[in-house]
Structure formats: structure tokens, C-alpha cells
Write a protein that binds this ligand. Structure first.
Ligand code: MLT
Length: 272
């Protein structure tokens, strides 16, 4: 079968990494990473998730091992549809947890597949669309990434996404973030930026979610602040906010055990 350049065969699938196999009928926790990294940002956190949970980390389009998956129209809807198609059959409750860009995808999933989701966890993210200036900036970054053929244009996010205390005292975390970012391609960075620039307001997806929505934010998140995340928790009919000490925008990377603890409690609440 031939496909037009830039289009995907209908069978295109995202890379799904199984952190833990779980038990038959147990919950499946789908982790959606932020920009500009991949599922490996959850490696440490996944080790703290309650045994029996199936834990999956999906590489979103253009990033990680999904670098070749670049749907023609960059959008959160395209990402959400691919996530759903790529995770396959799920025997027990399905819980989606998305951080920042992964949160935008999780919200698109909630809007498009609300009947299939039993739980929604939003980490360090936002429900609103970009303001015109932010959108313009994203499109410039996308063009530069393509022109340079690398992720260099977003290299500074290795530190700008972390809490000041993490940057000052934990060079290993900075190094980990730098490596993840360096390994991404210019095309993947560009696709993600264009998809985020095109995203719509998803406040309604939170307001209409019938199960509990768990909202987690690093106390020093300078991109999606605790104030903004508190409003999201407030918007949900059953919302709960947890603030993570000693973390910025990359809370699961900076404080993996503490974030996992709140996710485990959430999974236990859903089971009752
Ligand atoms: C992320 O961490 O995914 C980014 O901060 C998202 C964004 O650029 O809005």
C-alpha cells in the first residue's frame, strides 16, 4: 500500500511502553508525557505505582519512539485518537494521566471518549487554548526546529520546567531532562508545537467529567501554577487538588514517589 508523503497509514500506532503488566481486570494507568520529552519521564514514578496496576507510557506523535508517527494535521485530537487506537484492549478500569502537553491530550480524550474513561488525572497542565502571542511564538519555534533539524531551540526547557531548588541542588535531574530533550527530533518538536498551537479550550471536558478528576501540581510550577490548577480542580464536579512540595512543572520527574502516592490513593478511591 502506498501512502501520500506526510500522511499515515490507517494502521499507524504510537509506541506504547509497558512499565508494569498488572493483573487481569485490574486498572490500566495510561501515562502521557509532556513536551519536549517522552514516556521515560515517568520511569521512576512508575516504580512506585501499586502492584497489580497495568502501567503504560505512550510516546506521543513525533516524540520518543513514535518519532516517525507524524499525522498530517497536527492536533491534540489526532494525538488522542492515536492513543486510543494504540493502547488496545483494556480489561479493567481505564485511567488516563497526562502532564502538561500530555494533559492537553488527556483532555481531548475526555472530550472524545468520555464513556471509555474511568479516571482522569491532570498533572501540571492547563485547560485553556493559547493566547494569540503564545500561538505565534509556538509557530516560530516550530519553524526553527524544522530549519535546524534538531530540538536545540527548546533545550532551555531542561531547566525552565524544573523548580529552582531542583536546578540548584540536583544536577542529575537536570542532566536527565537535557538528555531526553536532546534526543528528540526537529520534526517532532515542530509537530508538537503546531498541535499545541491549534488546541481548543477544554474546560467543558473537566466540567462534564462524571468521575473524580485528580489535579496534581508542583508547588513551584511556573508554567501551570498551583492557582491555575486549583481552578481546574474547582471546575470538576468531583475535583481534588494535590500540591507537590519541592517540585516545579515536572513534578513526576522531581518527586516521583510523592506523585505516585497521590495516584495510588486515587486508584484506591476509584476501586471503592
Ligand atoms: C509541557 O511541559 O508539555 C509544555 O510546557 C507544554 C506547553 O508548552 O504548553
Amino acid at each position: 500500500m502506498t501512502t501520500l508523503p506526510g500522511t499515515q497509514p490507517a494502521s499507524a500506532r504510537l509506541h506504547v511502553h509497558e512499565f508494569a503488566a498488572g493483573h487481569e481486570g485490574g486498572p490500566t494507568l495510561v501515562l502521557l508525557h509532556g513536551f519536549p520529552v517522552d514516556h521515560r519521564m515517568f520511569t521512576q514514578m512508575a516504580q512506585h505505582i501499586t502492584p497489580g496496576t497495568r502501567v503504560l507510557g505512550v510516546d506521543l506523535p513525533g516524540l520518543g519512539q513514535s518519532r516517525k508517527i507524524l499525522p498530517q494535521e497536527p492536533s491534540m485530537e489526532a494525538s488522542a485518537d492515536l492513543v486510543m487506537a494504540s493502547i488496545g484492549e483494556v480489561s479493567g478500569p481505564l485511567v488516563v494521566a497526562g502532564l502538561s502537553m500530555g494533559g492537553y491530550v488527556a483532555l481531548a480524550l475526555a472530550a472524545r471518549f468520555s464513556q471509555r474513561l474511568d479516571g482522569l488525572i491532570l498533572l501540571d497542565t492547563r485547560t485553556n487554548a493559547d493566547a494569540p502571542l503564545a500561538r505565534e511564538n509556538r509557530l516560530k519555534v516550530a519553524q526553527r526546529a524544522l530549519d535546524e533539524g534538531s530540538s536545540e531551540v527548546v533545550a532551555a526547557m531542561a531547566t525552565s520546567t524544573l523548580a529552582p531548588v531542583t536546578v540548584q541542588e540536583r544536577p542529575d535531574v537536570v542532566e536527565f531532562m537535557s538528555t531526553l530533550i536532546e534526543e528528540q527530533t526537529g520534526a517532532g518538536v515542530a509537530w508538537s508545537q503546531r498541535a499545541m498551537a491549534a488546541r481548543v479550550d477544554r474546560a467543558h471536558a473537566v466540567a462534564e467529567f462524571t468521575h473524580e478528576v485528580l489535579v496534581i501540581v508542583g508547588e513551584a510550577d511556573g508554567i501551570s501554577s498551583p492557582e491555575v490548577m486549583a481552578q481546574i480542580a474547582h471546575l470538576a464536579p468531583h475535583g481534588r487538588l494535590e500540591i507537590i512540595a519541592g517540585a516545579g512543572h515536572m513534578a513526576p520527574v522531581e518527586q516521583p514517589a510523592s506523585v505516585a502516592h497521590h495516584i495510588n490513593e486515587y486508584l484506591a478511591r476509584l476501586a471503592h
